[in-house]
Design a protein around this ligand. Structure first.
Ligand code: SF4
Length: 189
């Protein structure tokens, strides 16, 4: 059953090759700042659960990153519960599902928060700059920027997929975990 479990050591490379922009951004922010706010931890944590990160690995992943900045007592007191909660180990013991694009696109994102859909919540100029940084050509980054300006967020996400993989997603993008699976399938061939 564990054969589809994700190796936590691969998350950095997966984030570059197989994560949609929303999840890649949260991953990179976590690595850079060793912290994410509550909504962000929930969005990203459920995505990671959805791609197959096991509970024990998730706890280690969050703990290792957060304790670069805070001590482990603080982590245990204030953050471990969230991870347990995401995996349905405490509280109402629900099996929470990762968020769909619609849910992410319609969520509100406050200052200092990093969840949300970049194509919806970022300024188009910032999107373009990030895409260039990620190796997308100027022409393709401009195309995506125009789609974003016209409000076609998921189409823009599909183009991001296409320019990274050399082929478009089969039926557009409607869920970050679907993005991940399609991307992994292309690699597996
Ligand atoms: Fe993430 Fe969906 Fe936005 Fe793509 S369209 S960046 S998968 S929320």
């Amino acid at each position: 059953e564990d054969k589809d479990a994700v190796d936590p050591a691969k998350l950095d490379s997966y984030s570059k090759k197989h994560f949609p922009l929303c999840m890649r951004h949260m991953h990179e922010t976590l690595r850079a700042t060793h912290h994410l706010k509550h909504q962000c931890r929930l969005n990203y944590g459920l995505f990671l659960k959805g791609i197959g990160l096991l509970y024990e690995d998730a706890m280690r992943f969050w703990r290792d990153e957060f304790t670069k900045k805070i001590d482990s007592n603080n982590f245990d007191k204030n953050y471990a519960y969230n991870v347990k909660h995401q995996y349905g180990k405490v509280g109402r013991m629900l099996n929470y599902s990762p968020y769909s694009c619609i849910k992410i696109i319609t969520s509100s994102v406050g200052p200092g928060e990093h969840h949300g859909c970049p194509f919806r919540h970022w300024n188009p100029a910032l999107i373009k700059q990030k895409l260039l940084e990620y190796g997308i050509s100027t022409e393709n980054a401009n195309e995506i920027k125009n789609l974003v300006s016209d409000g076609h967020y998921q189409v823009a996400c599909g183009k991001y997929f296409e320019y990274l993989h050399g082929k478009p997603p089969t039926n557009g993008i409607n869920h970050p975990n679907q993005y991940f699976e399609e991307s992994m399938n292309l690699e597996k061939g």
